[in-house]
Design a protein around this ligand. Sequence first.
Ligand SMILES: [Zn+2]
Length: 88
Amino acid sequence: MSGGVATTVWLSPSATAFSCLCETCLDSARLSGVLFADALAGASVRGSVSAEASVAVARCAAGHEIVLRRVERPPQLAHPDERQLQLS
Ligand SMILES: [Zn+2]
């Protein structure tokens, strides 16, 4: 294992639910050569989060950590979030 960096998801100020892809699952799926559609399905993580929580931790089906962080205001920088946007 190199790194072990948890997937981080940024929540909008009013979000009470999240939907993302576990990057660790995507990586391992890519290494094992499964179909991309299957990798996406296996890495998909959805859940709810308290509106008051500024930081929360969720887990994907395989138990990898997903860190949920709430932004105080819309992000100033462009993030490479195309993969997450394609999910919904
Ligand atoms: Zn995972």
